[in-house]
Write a protein that binds this ligand. Structure first.
Ligand code: MSP
Length: 483
């Protein structure tokens, strides 16, 4: 058992199209958390990947006249490329078509079946292929005699087929006890209340197999049936840790997800794990959704922003910064090019960029001299920042750091080292820049690595407490060009 470990996951994405801002959002948040925990010296395992089975993928492949495997093999490259462009440093990319994953899912299905939690029955009800989810009539939107999915607003299918069921109903009380004992399992708190109230209404058994299509994992105890894609997909988080060197990472410290898939992660997932006798993850955090210019993101209406477009506006670090800064992680947010450019100009260029280039320029001209004793410019909020990271309050972390940047800018303005040539004042600000850079690194790694090189320090948490070593400092390139 490793004490100081941190296992973070993103949802595994459906590779039925290229990645957009919604996929990027969770992945970036996971990257920020992974980097922050690495900075603190923890042993981090950051998992992302793709959810490749099911009707939705099969359908998309048929439309492109490809086999599902051929189809996903091409699209997953787009995901890997996007994460590389966004400077996302994951440890493993899992695909549900990986042999190792399929084997684990089969073992678990057999185990749950042997435990008596799976039985054969008939399913009759609604299904949305977009969500890959079952719906009851009361969940649906009725419009012009049609039953529409509440998320996709598209007509749902009426299914009638033989199906194996998972005894979810048996787990309602066990889940409620678990939520009670683990108040931080479902986050943010407002979502926890919603889930608990719904579970209290009782749970129906869940259909976990299909016979009307082919693309999925066959049940080990009945080869006529394909495993329900969510049962298959959820176990990615576990199967990824089943090779020997990774076993130590289970259970996950946190699964980051979007609010639309919270039910799968906080009800089905823990119930499946309980049934399989596997330890449960510590936390599930559901973030909000982005709209685009105040409208729902939708490909058909051209209201979608993919990763390349996102980066092309103001660069990678500005995109990363914007998404983490603009709205609290658990709330919905609105994306607009203008809002991104405003933050790029007003915060990254005018505040951070300006501070760094001004101080480096002044040092190049006047020199720098080590100062000891009491520093006026000390960042007093480290404990607060840690607490905010623990609560997934990325926007507030950035707020604290930028308040300190403001303080640094005011300090220079007051001390006027361009008039006095005071080398000790410059040392003090350079040392503050070190702290700022190390703390900002999880958010804007590329920029911070440039600053660290320019000011001769390492991106290492321990460096915050150590005085800056004196080295050659030059003005350097402009970090954020104003747009
Ligand atoms: N394959 C499932 C997840 C299985 S996890 C075991 C899935 N995939 S998805 O590709 O459809 O969506 C993945 C994530 O993108 C979800 O967390 C969803 O919330 C997120 N987003 C999709 N659109 C979004 C926005 N407009 N804004 C923010 N996140 C959004 O669901």
């Amino acid at each position: 058992m490793v004490r100081n470990k941190f296992y973070v996951t993103t949802p595994i994405y459906y590779p039925n199209d290229i990645p957009h801002i919604g996929h990027a959002y969770t992945t970036l948040a996971a990257d920020v958390l992974a980097r922050w925990n690495r900075l603190l010296g923890r042993e981090v395992f950051f998992l992302t990947g793709t959810d490749e089975h099911g009707k939705k993928i099969e359908k998309a492949a048929v439309e492109k006249e490809k086999s599902p495997k051929e189809f996903v093999d091409e699209l997953i490259l787009k995901f890997k490329e996007a994460w590389e462009k966004l400077n996302v440093n994951y440890d493993k990319f899992i695909r549900t078509t990986d042999k190792e994953h399929e084997e684990v899912v089969k073992e678990i299905l057999q185990k749950v079946y042997d435990a008596g939690d799976i039985y054969l029955g008939d399913y009759e009800g609604y299904y949305c292929t977009g969500c890959e989810a079952y719906y009851t009539e009361k969940d649906l939107i009725q419009e012009k005699g049609k039953n529409l999915c509440p998320i996709h607003k598209k007509e749902v299918e009426l299914l009638k087929e033989k199906s194996y069921f998972f005894k979810l109903s048996k787990y309602a009380n066990l889940l409620l006890e678990f939520y009670e004992k683990n108040p931080d399992f479902i986050l943010p708190k407002k979502k926890r209340v919603e889930i608990i109230n719904r579970v209290k209404e009782g749970l129906k058994d869940l259909s976990i197999s299909r016979t009307s299509f082919d693309w999925g994992i066959r049940l080990p105890f009945d080869k006529e049936h394909i495993c329900y894609v969510w049962f298959d997909a959820l176990f990615n988080y576990y199967s990824a840790t089943q090779e020997n060197s990774k076993k130590k990472y289970w259970p996950a410290e946190v699964h980051l997800i979007g609010k639309d898939i919270i039910w799968f992660h906080t009800v089905y997932w823990p119930a499946f794990l309980m049934s399989a006798g596997i330890e449960l993850p510590k936390k599930v955090f559901a973030h909000g959704w982005w709209t685009f210019d105040k409208e729902k993101i939708s490909k058909s209406r051209g209201k979608v922003i993919n990763v390349d477009e996102l980066i092309s506006i103001a660069g990678v670090d500005s995109a990363r910064y914007f998404l983490m800064r603009e709205t609290p992680f658990g709330d919905d947010g609105d994306f607009s090019e203008k809002a991104l450019i405003d933050r790029h100009n007003n915060e990254l260029a005018d505040k951070l960029g300006n501070l760094v280039s001004r101080v480096a320029g002044l040092i190049e001209k006047n020199g720098i001299e080590k100062k000891s004793g009491v520093f006026v410019l000390k960042f007093e909020k480290i404990a607060k920042v840690k607490e905010l990271f623990d609560g997934f309050e990325f926007d507030k972390v950035l707020n604290e750091i930028f308040e300190f940047i403001d303080k640094c800018n005011e300090y220079i303005q007051g001390k006027k080292p361009w008039e006095t040539g005071d080398k000790k004042v410059l040392y003090e600000v350079a040392d503050a820049i070190k702290t700022i850079t190390i703390l900002l690194w999880p958010f804007i790694p590329e920029t911070c690595e440039k600053i660290a090189k320019q000011f001769n320090f390492e991106i290492d948490y321990k460096e915050i407490e150590k005085p800056l070593k004196i080295g050659k400092i030059k003005k350097g390139e402009i970090l954020f060009k104003k747009l």
